[in-house]
Design a protein around this ligand. Structure first.
Ligand code: NAD
Length: 486
C-alpha cells in the first residue's frame, strides 16, 4: 500500500478542535519543505475554502517521509486563535515566495466521498471502506456526531486486525454538505491528491417524530441541500452516487397486507414518466421525513438522467441496529432529544438505568402483540452499501443506471423478541410495560430482500443474537461491563 500524505492524523481525542461546534475550519497537518529554513510544519486552514481561495493550498506538499516529521499536537491556547495564527503563517509564506520550493502534489489514488461519514451508519460505512483499502473523505458538519468518531473508527479497525496505518486514510471535512462553495473548494483541493470516484450520500436529518414537529428542517436538510450537493458532484464529474433512502417511503400498508414484505416496485423511484397525480398519491400519508426521502430518490434519478455516464444506487434502509463487533464503534448521537430515542437505546435504558421500557401494541394476529420490524445489523448495512458502490453500476440499459434496493433481511422480529435477546445476551432483566398502540407507529415493517440478494449477492450475515451481543459489548451492559471499547 502506498503511504498516504495529506490525511487528517487523528487529532488528540481529548481536544475538540471545533469547540464552537464546527465553524467550517479544516485543520490539516501538512509538511512543507523550505530549503533554507529546514522543515516547517504548518496547520493549514481551509477556511480559505470558504473565501473561495483554495489555490494557496497548492503551496503545501504532503510529507513523503513521515518519520522525519515528529507529530505536533495543537496546543490548547492555539484553539481560540488558530484563524489569526494561520492567516499569519500564510502571509509569511506569501512574502517569501523565492524561498519556497514547490514540488507538485503527489497523486495518491482514488477516494470516496462519504457525507454523514461520522454518523451512526456513516462511521460503519467508513470503517468498511477503510478495511477494503479505500481512502475516505468524510464530509460531516458534526450536527449529530462528534469528532471522536474518527478515533473510534481507527480503534475498531485495529481491533479487527487491520493495519493501523489504514486509519490514516480517512479525512474529515467538517462542512455542511449543502454548502456548495465550501464543498466545491474542498473537492478542488483534494483533487490534487485523489481521484474522487464516487459519493455515498448519508447526511440527513432522520427523526420521523421531529419531522412532524419541524418539517421545514427536513425539507431543507434532506431536499434543498441535496439539490445543491448533486450540482457540485456534477460540476466535479463525480459520476457514481449511492443514496441512503428509508423504508419510510413505503408508509403504512393497508391492514389486509400488513404482513407483506414490501418490494422495491411497490414504490418506484419518481421518474419523468410518472404523473404528478401518482407522485402526490405516493407521498400521501407519509411523514415529512418520508416525503424528503421520496424527493431525494427523485433527485438522484434526475441526476442520473442528465448524463449518460452517471450511475446511482438507492438503498432503502430498514432498521439498522447493533454496533461494530469490536465494541469500539457505536451510535453516539449529539441530538439525544430526537435521534437518541431508537428502540435499542430505550431498551438499554431499561437494562442499565432501571427505566421502564414501554412495549406498544402492534403486529397482528398470530404475532406476540408487539410491533414487528426488519432489524439489520449496522455492519451488514455498511457492507451492503459498499457492495452497492462496488458492484451496483454495471452498464445495463438506461433504466438500470439508477437502481433501488431494500437493505432488508426479509424477516420480521417483534420488539418483545428483541428485548428477550438483549436480556439473554446481557444477563440483565429489563422492566417492561405493555401499552396500547402508539400514534404514527407502523405495526409491521418487513422488506423483501430478494432483489438485492439476486443482483448484488448481499444478505445479512448477522441476526438478532449478534445484534444483541455487539450492542451489549459496545455499551458494556451486564456480563460485558468492563470490556474494552466501553
Ligand atoms: N438509522 C436509521 O434508523 C435509518 C433508517 C433508515 C434510513 N436512514 C438513513 O441513513 C442515513 C444515515 O443515518 P444515521 O442513522 O447514520 O444518521 P446520523 O444522524 O447518525 O448520521 C447523519 C450524519 O450526518 C451529519 N449531517 C447531518 N446533516 C448534515 C449536513 N447538512 N452537512 C453535513 N453533515 C450533516 C450528522 O452530523 C451525522 O453525523 C440518513 O440518510 C438516514 O435518513 C437511517
Amino acid at each position: 500500500m502506498e503511504e498516504v500524505g495529506p490525511v487528517h492524523q487523528g487529532l488528540p481525542s481529548t481536544i475538540d478542535p471545533w469547540p464552537q461546534g464546527g465553524d467550517g475550519v479544516i485543520l490539516l497537518y501538512l509538511g512543507v519543505r523550505l530549503p533554507s529554513l529546514g522543515v516547517l510544519r504548518q496547520y493549514t486552514c481551509l477556511d480559505a475554502c470558504k473565501s473561495s481561495k483554495p489555490e494557496f493550498a497548492w503551496t503545501a506538499t504532503p510529507s513523503t517521509n513521515r518519520t522525519s516529521f515528529p507529530r505536533l499536537d495543537i496546543p490548547p491556547w492555539l484553539l481560540g486563535y488558530h484563524k489569526r495564527v494561520i492567516r499569519h503563517v500564510v502571509n509569511v509564506f506569501n512574502s517569501i515566495p523565492s524561498l519556497l520550493s514547490v514540488p507538485s502534489a503527489r497523486f495518491l489514488g482514488s477516494a470516496v466521498l462519504v457525507t454523514g461519514g461520522l454518523g451512526y451508519v456513516g462511521s460503519h460505512v467508513c470503517l468498511e471502506l477503510l478495511k477494503r483499502g479505500y481512502t475516505v473523505l468524510a464530509v460531516d458538519d458534526l450536527t449529530n456526531s462528534f469528532i471522536d468518531v474518527v478515533r473510534s473508527i481507527s480503534l475498531a479497525l485495529e481491533a479487527s486486525g487491520f493495519e493501523a496505518r489504514l486509519s490514516r486514510r480517512i479525512v474529515h471535512i467538517p462542512i455542511d454538505y449543502g454548502d456548495a462553495v465550501s464543498l466545491n473548494n474542498a473537492l478542488i483541493f483534494y483533487y490534487q491528491y485523489f481521484d474522487v470516484t464516487a459519493a455515498i450520500h448519508l447526511a440527513a436529518s432522520k427523526s420521523v417524530a421531529e419531522s412532524l414537529k419541524n418539517p421545514w428542517k427536513y425539507y431543507e436538510n434532506n431536499v434543498f441541500k441535496m439539490g445543491k450537493f448533486l450540482e457540485v458532484l456534477g460540476r466535479n464529474r463525480i459520476m457514481n452516487v449511492v443514496f441512503s433512502s428509508s423504508a419510510t417511503v413505503y408508509g403504512a400498508l393497508p391492514s389486509d397486507m400488513a404482513f407483506t414484505a414490501v418490494s422495491e416496485d411497490m414504490v418506484p423511484i419518481l421518474g419523468p414518466g410518472l404523473s404528478i397525480e401518482r407522485a402526490v398519491s405516493m407521498a400521501d400519508g407519509l411523514t415529512p421525513y418520508g416525503v424528503s426521502k421520496i424527493l431525494g430518490e427523485a433527485m438522484i434519478q434526475k441526476f442520473v438522467e442528465e448524463h449518460p455516464r452517471r450511475r446511482a444506487v438507492v438503498f432503502r434502509l430498514f432498521n439498522p441496529v447493533g454496533c461494530d463487533p469490536s465494541g469500539f464503534l457505536k451510535e453516539t448521537p449529539r441530538d439525544t432529544t430526537w435521534c437518541g430515542g431508537g428502540v435499542m437505546q430505550m431498551v438499554k435504558k431499561a437494562l442499565v438505568d432501571d427505566d421502564v421500557f414501554e412495549i406498544y401494541k402492534g403486529g397482528g394476529e398470530g404475532g406476540d402483540g408487539s410491533c414487528i420490524r426488519d432489524f439489520v445489523h449496522v455492519g451488514d448495512i455498511a457492507r451492503g452499501i459498499v457492495m452497492g458502490f462496488q458492484n451496483g453500476y454495471s452498464p445495463e440499459g438506461p433504466g438500470e443506471r439508477c437502481r433501488v434496493y431494500n437493505l432488508a433481511s426479509g424477516e420480521g422480529v417483534s420488539i418483545k423478541q428483541l428485548v428477550e435477546a438483549l436480556e439473554k445476551e446481557s444477563g440483565v432483566v429489563a422492566k417492561v410495560e405493555e401499552c396500547g398502540s402508539r400514534e404514527g407507529d407502523v405495526a409491521v415493517s418487513i422488506g423483501d430482500g430478494a432483489k438485492i440478494r439476486r443482483e448484488l449477492g448481499w444478505m445479512p450475515e448477522m441476526g438478532v443474537k449478534e445484534i444483541s451481543r455487539d450492542f451489549c459489548k459496545a455499551y458494556g451492559i451486564g456480563w460485558y461491563s468492563g470490556e474494552t471499547g466501553v
